[in-house]
Design a protein around this ligand. Structure first.
Ligand code: ADP
Ligand code: MG
Length: 271
């Protein structure tokens, strides 16, 4: 239902994404892995049209989304919610308002200008925060929250869009292992319960293995692996990360924010 057809994106001399063909079915949970600079972010951004392909086409349910303009483009961007490594909240606004911003593309310009949200939208926003276990932060300034809480607000905002696809670009790269687990569990839960397709760039191999039914490995703009997590052999890992990433010598950078890492013990209260 989401089809990436011979897509290439150049930045000057750099070929960030090089002739990529991928088909993703509704309800899949896909992890995109690869070294820094492999083209993962560029691929994700082309799907939701933050940037446009130099060549090729992207189709959703048979309709080309890579050529949409105006209101149709805004509807597509509402259908595919984006989650970023750095959360992209409005730090001075309270959490509830940040979540309500997920409704922007659902509403008329007039309603947005007047900042009028319906009772139903407010209830929906609180419910989204409750689901992510952060309803108690609703009236705090978003910028005062911890990274893990901010990413949960971003997921609540994404849910408010009622998206068909969630695109997450390294959603846990800035989080400690415990918060990383909470965020990945939330994405997996949304995928399982609502059947929303999730495509997430991940720089940790073990996270992709643990959460994603399908893994796409990229190197130098090309897809060099596409298959089930179980099919990700040491040889495939070397193709994705380079020859030095042997089965017993996976670079530290790949596993550094591993969710499996045991959390540091809670400090004992003094007095
Ligand atoms: N806006 C841009 N301008 C110029 N080069 C870019 C831009 N975005 C990405 N690139 C280049 O494209 C390549 C792929 O980048 P990116 O998609 O960010 O990779 P990844 O997310 O896998 O780290 C890199 O060489 C990067 O420097
Ligand atoms: Mg990136």
């Amino acid at each position: 239902m989401l089809e990436i057809r011979s897509v290439t994106r150049r930045f000057g001399e750099t070929v960030a994404v090089d002739g990529v063909d991928i088909q993703i079915a509704e309800g899949e949970m896909v992890g995109v892995i690869g070294r820094s600079g492999a083209g993962k972010s560029t691929l994700l951004r082309m799907i939701n049209r933050l940037i446009d392909p130099s060549e090729g086409a992207i189709l959703f349910k048979g309709r080309e989304v890579s050529s949409l303009k105006g209101a149709a483009l805004r509807r597509w961007q509402r259908d595919c919610a984006m989650i970023f490594q750095q959360f992209n909240l409005v730090p001075r606004l309270d959490v509830l308002t940040n979540v309500l911003l997920g409704r922007l593309n659902h509403r008329s310009t007039a309603l947005n200008l007047l900042n009028l949200y319906s009772r139903e939208e407010r209830i929906q926003a609180v419910a989204a925060l409750e689901r992510l276990d952060i309803a108690h932060t609703a009236l705090q300034q978003a910028g005062t929250l911890s990274g893990g809480q901010q990413q949960r607000v971003a997921i609540a905002r994404a849910l408010m869009q009622e998206p068909k696809v969630i695109l997450a670009d390294e959603p846990i790269a800035s989080l400690d292992p415990l918060n990383a687990k909470v965020v990945m569990d939330s994405l997996a839960d949304i995928n399982a319960r609502e059947g929303i397709t999730v495509i997430t760039n991940l720089h940790t191999l073990d996270t992709a293995r643990r959460y994603c039914t399908r893994i796409i490995g990229m190197a130098r703009g090309k897809v060099v692996f596409d298959g089930a997590a179980q099919a990700l052999t040491a040889e495939a890992v070397r193709r994705i990360y380079g020859a030095e990433a042997g089965a017993d010598a996976v670079p530290e950078a790949i596993t550094s924010t591993s969710i499996e890492t045991p959390a540091a013990p809670e400090p004992a209260f003094a007095g």
